[in-house]
Structures are given as C-alpha cells and as structure tokens.
Design a protein around this ligand. Structure first.
Ligand code: GLN
Length: 271
C-alpha cells in the first residue's frame, strides 16, 4: 500500500510543490502530511497526485493545478483563461490605494482585469469606492466575477477592449491597468509558467507598448480633472511610458520600483 513517504521517494518534484499538491489532493493542512507520513493512502488519491505531478513536470504552473493564487492577502481562483496574479502587481494596487486615501466615494476603473485581482483588492480595501473592471475575454470576466462574489467585493464588470467596454461617460478618479506589455518577440514568452498563460494577456503582439499607448491616449476622456492613471509595465518601459504620459498632458508623472528595484509602475495626474 502506498503512503506519502513511499510515493514521495520516487517523485522528481521539489518538496514544497509535492506538499502543496498533496494538501490539494487530500484537502488537509501541511501539519497533517507530516503526522501521517506512513499512513496507507487510498489508490484514488495516489492516482490524483500522480496526474497533477505529471502535469507539473510538463510545466503547468502550480497556480493552475491548485486553482488559486494568493494576492494582496486574498485567494483568487485562477484558470488558464487568466494571467496568474504576480507579487509585483501588488505595487500597482498599493499605489492606487495611496491615491484613494481620504476620498470617500471614488470611482475606479481597472482595464483588462483578468482574474479581477486588482479591481477586487481595491474594492475590498476601499469599500466606499465604485469599481468598474473590464476585459476583452468573456472567460476571464467569468473568473473575475466568481472571485468578486466569493470574496464579497462589489465590482461592476464590463466586456470589451479597453475603453470600448464602457458605455456611460462618468468620470473616474482613478484608472489602473496591468495590460499585456511583453513585446511579440520576447523570449520570456516561451519560458516557464508564462507558456501556459493566455497569450493575449501577456503580449500586444507588437512592440509591447501598444496597449499602454491606447490606455494613456484614451484616459483623458474618462478621468475627472486631477484624476490619476497608474499602469504596470515591463522592466525597460518606464521611460517610454513616462514620455507617453507627458505627451498626453499628464502631470506629476513618476515611476515606482518593485521589490526587485525595477521601475514597474508608472503614472500621473491628468490636469
Ligand atoms: N509581469 C508579467 C510577466 O513578466 C507580464 C504581465 C503582463 O504582460 N501584464 O510575465
């Protein structure tokens, strides 16, 4: 009869990933695994584990196998229809929250929401806000909608490409976005977890700046005077994004570094 110990002996997975998959299969806390190392396992559980292990060894991201990823202290359900929330994207949320501080009932827009991680985190941290989130993908919107209702966040979802998703013209105090910003030829697209993520959430299929450009150029019609726009971008795009913001008449244009010290979020105030 197989036990955790006997199955683990033959496994090529790193220990932590193995434990996470077992926790998922058996629906137990980590401590249980340690206390029950030599217990006999049900054959169905072993089969489930081996199936997940094979997928992981073939490169499927852990978040897709487990079905969730933690972001801003909340568990977001994810599927291959959405980008897996990244730790560096928490900087975008924190920057948005800083701007919203002291505003009682701000209107917030998240363009290309994916799993909804950004919009939902903002809505939960700022219950007085009206948050609208868009996506071009119906599948992504359904993941985001599920996350919002499970986490108890009030977010209004809307389908379409960037501002085309919006119908009324009420001004937003804050626009945030983590758009596809990897350029079409970037070798990162063929490496690691990224290979399994939706390509349209990663690259614009062009120079990496076209989505950022569209978001910046359209923002003036959707922001209230003194409203803010903040975007996540690639490691080498901060200067280009600042320039685009200046050209579009934004002020107080600035970039902020992520935990690795790389300028990752750039934004400004529309005057
Ligand atoms: N930061 C992500 C990555 O490096 C890309 C996210 C995006 O394109 N918006 O894989």
């Amino acid at each position: 009869m197989d036990s955790l110990r006997s199955v683990s002996l033959g496994s090529r997975l790193p220990r932590l990933e193995r434990q996470m998959l077992w926790q998922h299969v058996l629906q137990v806390p980590r401590a249980w695994l340690i206390a029950h190392d030599t217990d006999a396992l049900a054959p169905a559980a072993v089969a489930s584990f081996r199936h997940l292990e094979d997928q992981r060894l073939a490169g499927t991201p852990m978040a897709y196998l487990l079905g969730y990823r933690e972001f801003m202290g909340h568990d977001f359900q994810v599927s291959p229809a959405v980008l897996i929330p990244r730790p560096e994207t928490e900087l975008l949320v924190e920057t948005g929250l800083d701007y919203l501080k002291g505003r009682a009932a701000p209107r917030v827009l998240d363009l290309g929401t994916g799993s909804g991680a950004i919009a939902i985190s903002l809505a939960l941290a700022c219950p007085g806000a009206t948050v609208v989130a868009t996506d071009l993908s119906y599948d992504a919107l359904s993941v985001a909608q599920g996350n919002a209702s499970r986490l108890g966040a009030r977010v209004e979802f809307s389908h379409g490409s960037w501002y085309h998703a919006l119908s009324d013209h009420k001004g937003f105090d804050l626009i945030v976005s983590n758009p596809p910003y990897i350029s079409a030829g970037d070798s990162h697209l063929t490496q690691g977890d990224v290979r399994f993520e939706p390509i349209t959430a990663l690259t614009d299929g062009s120079d990496g700046l076209s989505a950022l450009r569209a978001i910046i150029q359209g923002a003036s019609q959707w922001l209230v005077p003194q409203g803010a726009l903040f975007m996540e971008h690639g490691w080498d795009q901060a200067q280009a994004v600042r320039q685009l913001l200046h050209q579009a008449c934004f002020e107080q244009v600035a970039s902020l570094p992520d935990l690795a010290g790389i300028d990752r979020v750039t934004g400004g105030i529309y005057n």
